[in-house]
Design a protein around this ligand. Structure first.
Ligand code: SF4
Length: 183
């Protein structure tokens, strides 16, 4: 491995655990993505997170979704709507701030009420109708707290141009962060 390659390897990028083939989804399955496993893991040190498992939801587990309650975004059970895990997800994101600080990018699983970066359905708490779309709550917190962090999902990374852009953005982000640390 060249010096340049070994430097790149140390760049940490967060990734939704299910994308690496870990069977952590609510249905006990995974969402293995070949592009991430083959190209991204060669370039970066991938740091896995599954917020739903981390807050103690089992595998498998009843599905959750995004709900609007008086205009406020909550995360609740689809069947058992009294099962509200909003505060747990917020607390978890706070607990791992130190780990998130070390990241130079994050690859999220699309369409998840926890990890989706956009366009996740938000349901009305009473009527169960779709009233809006949003990022999943965990992804939303990270994007708010680390607004400059390069973000992608597995769908975006299928596009070669967007993939290259993400890779460059991660490298630039890491470089800028290192400069700040050493200056
Ligand atoms: S999308 Fe996020 S919360 Fe859902 S299984 Fe994957 S890593 Fe876990």
């Amino acid at each position: 491995m060249t010096k340049k390659q070994s430097q790149i390897t140390r760049i940490k990028v967060g990734v939704s655990s299910c994308l690496l083939g870990n069977s952590v989804r609510y249905d006990g399955e995974h969402s293995y993505d070949a592009c991430i496993n083959e190209s991204m893991s060669d370039l970066f040190e991938l740091v896995v997170f599954c917020p739903e498992v981390a807050i103690g939801l089992g595998i498998p587990r009843p599905p959750i979704n995004l709900v609007s309650v008086n205009g406020v975004l909550r995360v609740r059970g689809v069947v058992d709507t009294s099962h509200d895990v909003t505060d747990e997800l917020i607390d978890y994101a706070k607990q791992i701030t130190g780990q998130l600080n070390e990241l130079n990018g994050y690859i999220f699983k699309s369409r998840s009420p926890s990890c989706g970066t956009a366009n996740v359905n938000v349901y009305d708490g009473d009527t169960k109708q779709v009233v809006n779309t949003s990022a999943g709550l965990f992804a939303k917190i990270i994007m708010q707290n680390f607004s400059q962090l390069p973000i992608a999902d597995e769908i975006m990374l299928q596009d070669k141009k967007l993939r290259m852009e993400f890779i460059n953005n991660v490298k630039n982000y890491a470089q800028i962060k290192n400069k700040k640390l050493t200056s």
